[in-house]
Design a protein around this ligand. Structure first.
Ligand SMILES: [Fe+2]
Length: 447
């Protein structure tokens, strides 16, 4: 697998926590943007990565970045490492016992009055929208020991649907919490082998589990690999369909693949589920001698139509272009929807450009980002008065190679090609990281 300098360019970490105000802005910040764009990702406590591969990158300490928008102006920028035992060991050993031993460095969600930083395999941490760590989640007791970084929230019922993929039998736990964060479903699901599951999809009635060709291989540890995950061509891929509130899981075989992120899913009719996802023909495949990973291919948009009556799945490649980090207007999660947004993935080591896919027209629109620069996922923020699905803004961090700094751009989600309506120019970097969220202001409470 290609190695690269983790201490240069878009993924390079920052060494300090800071607070910046009076940021330079080009264009006009929409006056209905009122909240914080928060980003999560790995950033070593030393300010420098050790090593040069992806496994030297993603397990590092969680750092959050926030850019506050206050109705037509930019309030400022703040970054904070999450307060964990790992952070305390490096920066405040006397507070070691105060903080949990976890490192949720992948995503941020808000549910049941709590804002949570998340990463699979560890406990979530509750944070404020000013990025201070509150401590362990006070709600969601059923998943307090760990869950996916990509649970789904049903916009109508307020339920949170989640899972935990484990390397210990029975390998999978599936759960639902109600709108108050109280668990209503918590079931174990036996898999034949431990599987790398990163994301889940929901419809109004079902949840879709992804048991694909990437799984654990603990013999890799003895061969010097730091992470025992690899492509298993022989094991096959399957989609698991479970009624949202529990019941029998029906498994549907599909062609070998890996899906890191789903776009959305919905019930097309009483016996048909549509699942849209970014699909890789293979992922984390070892070289013939088993000593290293091949370069991954790029991910491409696919649509799966699951026929519950016949037990078959129609698999359709939708585009040719590499994309990743898909987002939607989350008010349409689990419902028939029209628009998907994503970062372009021109090469396996580059996220550059933003696309919008229109399922009704079958068209792809793009906002190009210059060669050398890179960008994060586009986070959709609905307008305050929105009624249409695409009536809103896309917020995106763009790393500028020439200045080694990041801009935060605001695009009109209806018109990407017009370019940003506003650009916030930071005098610092927001390292590439993983995922982000929009935390709308909720009065004076920041928790
Ligand atoms: Fe992810």
């Amino acid at each position: 697998m290609t190695t690269f300098d983790l201490n240069a360019g878009a993924v390079a970490p920052v060494a300090h926590e800071m607070e910046l105000t009076a940021l330079r802005v080009t264009g006009t910040v929409p006056d209905d943007l009122d909240g914080v764009l928060v980003r999560n990702g790995p950033n070593p406590l030393s300010g420098r990565f050790e090593g040069d591969g992806v496994l030297s990158w993603w397990p590092e300490a969680a750092m959050l970045h926030g850019i506050a928008f206050e109705r037509g102006r930019v309030g400022g920028y703040r970054n904070r490492w999450l307060r964990t035992q790992r952070w305390a060991r490096a920066h405040a050993p006397e507070s070691m016992s105060t903080w949990p031993d976890t490192n949720p460095n992948v995503n941020v969600i808000r549910h049941a009055g709590e804002t949570l930083a998340l990463a699979e395999g560890g406990a979530p941490l509750a944070i404020t929208s000013t990025l201070d760590t509150l401590g362990p989640a006070r709600r969601h007791p059923g998943i307090a020991t760990g869950m996916t970084a990509h649970p789904k929230i049903d916009p109508r019922t307020g339920e949170l649907v989640t899972f935990r993929a484990d390397w210990k039998a029975p390998f999978l736990r599936y759960g639902v919490s109600d709108a108050r964060g109280e668990p209503t479903v918590d079931v174990e699901i036996a898999l034949p082998a431990p599987s790398m599951m990163h994301d889940i999809a929901i419809t109004e009635t079902y949840s879709i589990l992804l048991d694909l060709n990437v799984g654990y291989d603990f013999a890799m540890l003895a061969r010097g690999h730091r992470m025992p995950l690899r492509w298993h061509h022989e094991r096959g891929s399957r989609l698991g369909v479970i009624p949202r509130h529990g019941g029998e899981v029906r498994w549907f075989e599909i062609a070998p693949c890996f899906i890191q992120h789903v776009v959305n899913a919905y019930d097309a009719d009483e016996t048909t589920i549509v699942l849209d996802a970014v699909r890789y023909p293979w992922f984390l495949r070892l070289t013939a001698d088993g000593g290293a990973f091949e370069d991954n291919p790029v991910g491409v948009l696919w649509r799966y139509r699951i026929d519950l009556k016949s037990g078959t799945v129609e698999e359709t490649q939708v585009g040719e272009d590499g994309i990743e980090l898909p987002r939607i207007n989350e008010q349409w999660t689990g419902r028939p929807y029209r628009y998907g947004y994503a970062a372009e993935q021109p090469t396996p080591v580059e996220l550059r450009g933003i696309v919008r896919y229109d399922w009704h027209r079958g068209t792809l629109e793009r906002y190009a980002v210059p060669r050398g620069d890179q960008n994060s996922e586009p986070v959709f923020v609905p307008r305050r008065t929105a009624t249409a699905e695409d009536d809103g803004w896309l917020l995106c961090c763009v790393y500028r190679r020439a200045t080694d700094t990041s801009d935060v751009i605001v695009l009109n989600a209806c018109d990407l090609a017009a370019g940003p309506v506003a650009t916030v120019h930071l005098p610092t970097r927001i390292p590439a990281g993983f995922h982000g969220a929009w935390l709308a202001n909720q009065g004076r409470s920041v928790a």
